[in-house]
Structure formats: C-alpha cells, structure tokens
Design a protein. Structure first.
Length: 580
C-alpha cells in the first residue's frame, strides 16, 4: 500500500490564511503566565508525556528528528516543556511587535496540540484569543485543519489474507472522518462546506520504491525509520478488500469534541517526524497505541511483553470499542455465509509455551513469541492459518542427564483457505534449523535419537489446496525444500493432512513423503503423525502426539550416500501448552 506522510498533505494545498493582527494582550502579563506554568508542572502530567510519545522513560520518536525543541526532549519531558514555554511566549512578544517573518517554523505554529493543552490549563481567555489570532497566520496549520476535519475516529482491523500467509496477525489503522467547516478549493476541486472527508491514518516503515530484502531484514531487526501517513480511506480500504483480499473490521471510538480537537492538532505535529520502527517491537500496533493515547489515555494498551501484535492491540481495546461494520473481501463472502464470521476478539494471544515428556526419557520445552497454529484448540478463526517467528525447542534427556537444543524456527508462515469457496491456494514458507533424527557416529548414523544440539538449516516453500467440510478440513501441499547435513540436499515433499476441529478438542492426522534429489540426510523419507489436543481451561491445552518415521526408498548409490543403522522409529510425547 502507498501512503503519503502527513506533511505532504498540508504542503500540497493552496489555501491561504489572511494575515491577522494580534489581539490586544498586555505583554507584561506574559511573565506572570510563565511563572504559573512553572508552578503547575504540567510536564509531569500524562497528557504532556503522551504528546511526546513517552513510554518507559523516553520517547519512541527519533531524537534526531525535528520533533523536539530541546536536545534532551526525547528523554526529559521537563526540558522539552521549559523550552517550549520559553519559545511560545517569545513568539507572542514578537507577534505583538510584528517581528515574525516565517510563522510556519515557530513553536506556536508547529505545536498546536501542545499549545492547546497549555492554554486550556491556564484558562486565560485573553491568551486564548491571542494564540488563535497568531495561529491564523500559520499557513501549513490552517491548510491541514481545512482539509482534515475530524468528527469521529474508528480503528480498522484488516484481517488475514489468503494471498499472504504472513498477514495472520492482521494490520490496524485509523479512519478519520469529518465534514468540512468551510468551502475549500483544492487542486482544481471546489469542495463545499459540509462535504464529508474520510482519511486512513497508518503507521508504517519508510522503505524504498523497489523491493529490497535488506529493508525487510532491517524492519525485523528494528533498524528502520517509521512515520504516520494519511491517504483517502476508500483507496486504503479497497486495497485491503480487493487487492489483498483481507476482510476489514471497523470499530467506533467514543470521544468528546475536546479530545478530537487535541487529537487532530497532534496529527499535524507528527508531519514528517521520524519514529522508531520494528516489525516485532514497534510496529503499526505500537504506533497507533501511542497516538490513540493522545486521544484518550484510557485507550492505552499496556504491553505485558516486549511486543504487541495488531490483533492483540484490538483485543486490548475491546471493552472501549463498538463494532460498527465488517466488510468482507470478495473471496470470503461465500465462505463466511457457509461457516460463519471470524471472532477476532476471542482469538488466543500470540505467545506460546509448551512442556512435554517424550519417549519416557526426555523433557521438551517449546517457546514461540509470535505464534498462531492449527494445533491450538481454538475455533475463533474459521480458516486454518499459522504464523511463527523465532521459535525455540529444547530438550533434556533424563537418562543421559543432558540438555540440548533441537530446533530453531526463524519463520514459518502457512495459510490454508478453502479452495472451493475462496478460489485460493494454500501457501507455505519455512526457514529453520533442526536436528537430525538419529545420533551421528563418524560418517554414519546410529539407532539412537539425536541429542547433539547440532541444528542444520532447512528451507521450504510450497503451494497446495484445502477443502473444508464443516468441522473437517483436508489439505495437501507440495513443497520444494533444501537441507544441509553432511551433504547438500534439495528435495520435494508432499504433505497430506486431515484436521478435525471440535469445540474442546482437535485431532490432526498427517502423512509426509520426501523425494530427495541427492540422498536422504534427515533419517527418514516417510513420516506418519497423529496429534490430539484437548482444551482444559481458557488457553491451556493438554496434548499427545505419536510420530512414525520410515526409510522406504533405496538411497542413490553414490559417494554422497548417507547410511543409517535404523530404517524406522516410533516416537511419542504428552504435555501441555499455554498461550499468553
């Protein structure tokens, strides 16, 4: 999706505010007002810190951006407050003597929300009139206010897309809606008073025009610049519904006129401001979380872990939101008619921890911070989707008294739509490091299961088809993969599975067949698996799994042949898992 920054919106207008002479205000009173502001210590209030986007003692806004007046403003709210108060009263004094050449770059023009907050706290009617008289000369501000009326705010949630398996956590943005207060001329358009204007406000990473994998790597590592951007709402919604095939949920936020005024003025302050962006720790949900805090401090969703997903952000606000409308993407209409609408507010939290006992002699733990999985006993979503980032699996062999790392999953994304009603293929991608099935001894592999902590790279990508019949889902996927252990090995994998979804239980039976281009270097070329889970309480499941590994194909006779002392192995485990 293409966004434009808040700054571009105001700079492209050509609405001119006529110069206005200052209201009659005695400058000798400014000193008294400054002293009053010092005594009030407004820099300690939540509103002031929210306007600076403070969290955990510092601002998320880049300290090198043009947002702060004080060099210490990004971490010292008092320093920023003192500098701002000093500047605005200097502006007013210069205004009184007609000594201002460039209004747009003055504090009173650049920071209308801060000014609004401070003047309301002072409650001085004469000062209010003088400030309004001053700001009528702020062309950029007046342009913005003319073209972005604000009568209501909605938070929009774009759900998962069948086209993009990585979208399972959703995306959130705001809908700003209002009617023009005056006639406005804009780029040849003659907009009349009362015309409805609707914008989409999103927080996004600043990336280049062309695809660059390094940009996406930097966004995950947290080394990107982010900013807020506006675009016509209808264009944004159409992109999600039609191009990305994502249903959009719209929730109304209740707010007073005073709250909406402060919020709108703050949006102007965020023009062309750099803000830290990270796909994991400071994404679109964090950006909206910070800006909604300005609208109402009660809209702040406190993170109980280093990150929050867009879906979790919506869930954290559910008691303060009213569902207004659900717009289904065209390919989801038939599916939803048959199987019902997704209950996004009830979907489980994204982090998962599991503990299990394997083969009566090994304790295994699993942790995934960003997680959705078809193994959860959760029917809030009607489609099967998976999304896992940086998952870890470790084990402790009780017999050998030995801990070891068995699997590191960098990313796994999997969407399994119903091909009949959605006309969409399932899509799968996985990048991980995992152990071999058997323990390595010299150049061959013994019958003992691996406990070496040596995890080898595996990459997979594939397509397939899913078929839904009420609580039964059958799917098959063809996957092209690569694995390294002793030799380089590319392979084809065919995965066939049946998922039976009940209210409090889930059963998954699957069969995988591998066709190696060189030689089997994982320990098996066929695998049958059956998994059962039962929901015990809320997000707590107990589960059991049995896996049967087989080597049924004759390996290629060559120097790169990998030999094994066993050609079949049965493993099983029981345990519990919890989402948080």
């Amino acid at each position: 999706m293409r966004y434009i920054t808040l700054g571009l919106i105001s700079s492209c207008l050509f609405i001119y505010a006529a110069g206005t002479s200052p209201a009659s205000t005695d400058t000798s009173n400014y000193k008294s007002l400054q002293n009053t502001l010092k005594e009030k210590r407004l820099y300690n209030t939540d509103v002031w810190k929210n306007l600076l986007h403070y969290d955990e003692g510092h601002s998320a806004i880049n300290k090198r951006s043009n947002f702060f007046l004080s060099k210490q403003g990004f971490k010292n709210p008092k320093a920023e407050y003192d500098m701002f108060v000093k500047d605005i009263f200097k502006n007013l004094k210069d205004f009184k003597t007609n000594n201002i050449k460039d209004f747009n770059n003055t504090a009173l023009c650049r920071y209308p929300a801060r000014t609004y907050f401070i003047t309301k706290a002072l409650g001085d009617e004469s000062l209010d009139k003088t400030v309004l008289s001053y700001q009528s000369n702020c062309k950029d501000l007046q342009d913005f206010l003319s073209m972005v009326p604000l009568d209501s705010v909605h938070i929009e949630f774009a759900a998962e897309s069948d086209l993009m398996p990585g979208s399972s956590m959703g995306h959130s943005f705001l809908k700003l809606e209002g009617r023009l207060k005056n006639d406005v001329k804009f780029e040849g358009l003659d907009l009349k008073k009362g015309t409805l204007r609707t914008y989409a406000l999103g927080y996004f990473a600043l990336m280049g025009e062309s695809f660059n994998p390094l940009d996406y790597a930097r966004s995950v590592l947290g080394n990107m610049k982010g900013t807020f951007g506006l675009q016509p709402f209808d264009s944004a919604k159409s992109d999600y519904l039609d191009n990305q095939q994502r249903s959009v949920y719209s929730y109304k936020i209740d707010a007073s006129k005073e709250q909406l005024e402060l919020f709108k003025l703050h949006l102007f302050e965020l023009r062309n401001v750099w803000i830290h962006y990270s796909f994991i720790t400071h994404n679109c949900a964090d950006g909206l979380n910070a800006v909604l805090r300005v609208l109402d401090s009660k809209l702040w969703v406190k993170k109980d872990k280093p990150f929050i997903t867009p879906l979790e952000h919506i869930q954290g606000l559910k008691d303060k939101l009213t569902l207004d409308k659900v717009s289904l993407s065209p390919n989801k209409i038939n599916f939803t008619k048959k199987y019902g609408q997704n209950d996004i507010l009830s979907l489980r939290k994204s982090s998962k921890f599991a503990l299990s006992l394997e083969n009566n002699n090994t304790l295994a733990f699993y942790f995934s911070p960003v997680y959705s999985d078809i193994r959860n006993v959760d029917n809030s979503y009607k489609e099967l989707t998976e999304s896992r980032l940086v998952s870890l699996e470790g084990k402790f062999n009780l017999r050998l008294n030995k801990p070891y790392l068995s699997r590191i999953e960098l990313i796994t994304l999997n969407s399994i739509p119903d091909i009949v009603s959605t006309k969409s293929l399932s899509k799968y991608i996985s990048i991980r490091f995992e152990e071999n099935l058997y323990q390595k001894v010299g150049s061959s592999y013994s019958k003992s299961l691996d406990t070496s902590s040596k995890a080898y790279p595996t990459l997979e990508a594939g397509l397939g088809s899913g078929f839904y019949l009420w609580n039964l889902v059958f799917y098959t996927q063809g996957t092209l993969g690569y694995r390294y252990d002793t030799i380089n090995n590319a392979y084809l994998r065919l995965n066939t599975a049946l998922v039976w979804r009940l209210k409090y239980a889930r059963l998954i039976a699957s069969y995988n067949v591998y066709g190696d281009f060189v030689s089997n270097n994982r320990g098996y070329d066929n695998k049958a698996d059956i998994f059962f889970a039962f929901n015990l309480y809320k997000s707590l499941d107990i589960f059991g799994e049995a896996s049967y590994y087989m080597s049924l194909f004759n390996p290629i006779a060559s120097k790169m042949r990998v030999s094994y002392d066993a050609n079949k192995t049965l493993t099983f485990k029981v345990g519990f898992s919890v989402n948080f």
